[in-house]
Design a protein around this ligand. Sequence first.
Ligand code: M6R
Length: 369
Amino acid sequence: EKGGYDYFMLKEIAEQPRAVADTLLGRIDAAGSLSLDEVRITASELREMDKVVIVACGTAFHAGLIAKYAIEHWTRIPCEVELASEFRYRDPILDPRTLVVAISQSGETMDTLMALRHAREQGAKVLAICNTNGSTIPRESDAVLYTHAGPEVAVASTKAFLTQLVACYLVALYLGQVRGTKWGDEIQAVVRDLSHIAGAVEEVLGTMEPVRDLARTLADKDTVLFLGRHVGYPVALEGALKLKELAYMHAEGFAAGELKHGPIALIEEDLPVVVVVPSPRGRSVLHDKVVSNIQEIRARGARTIVIAEEGDEAVVPYADHLVRIPVTPTLLQPLVATVPLQVFACELATARGNEVDQPRNLAKSVTVE
Ligand code: M6R
């Protein structure tokens, strides 16, 4: 049932191009417009929304953090992202013009369920992004957009994450479409890019052997840091979470711009630091800032593991290890940049003799608060 792979996690990593394609299937028509018929909130209700609040836990929360960039950029609707376990305890401001998006692979996570119940009690509409048909979270929501990742068995979420991202992009584009924002042309271009993205995920999967080799050489390290900016920041958080839960190593993700506000003090000789580099095209100012960050940490002895777009030559002199990812639009980069981090964590767990599919102390679905 593991389809020839040693672990479900490896099988699920490999299934990502299909999972991404399946989640897009039927949702973008030949004319490039979006139809989300499972979303039972009317277009006129959506036009009235003046705030989006995303609630989720763990990896799904990281998908939400990335969604915020897409939603605010494409729709100009303010978007907050909150850990479901924190949400209702701070008495959040909600009303019928708030769209709450609850993201959950299992659909049974108690923290997320309690957050959505609280939101509905306050009169907000809830849209669930979920991978499990008929589970509690979609049943209790006003609308649901299913991710079509197929069953995810490994405790560490991989393909569910990528499909959550796709679903979030679809929600963002759909909101942009029904509201007719000034980003119309850009949205059409993104719709086209999204329909090719499964191929880019496939491409990156084909180049992971050096990442595995590198991971094995780091098995005796205590700490790995992850840095990113913009959508690369949540990717860094996700890379760190994967490493914690699988390799039982100390791992932390930072916003690269925060380095000088504290974390740079952690840098010491030969400390592995994974850096997710934004595309040099488009908003190149972000790219250049991250390249400076790489220089800064390397000057202090860090061993830099740089994840950068194909053709980005500026990073080459400062990368002790260079992992190439396909050229993708900035907001979609997490779909390809996350893959090496999943492979990295899985290989490190294996090298350290850990149980990959069932890490200690964790459950696939956390049904208690
Ligand atoms: O089923 P959910 O998406 O609601 O689960 C949320 C988290 O418990 C989950 O993403 C967890 O962080 C994973 N083990 C991460 O790999």
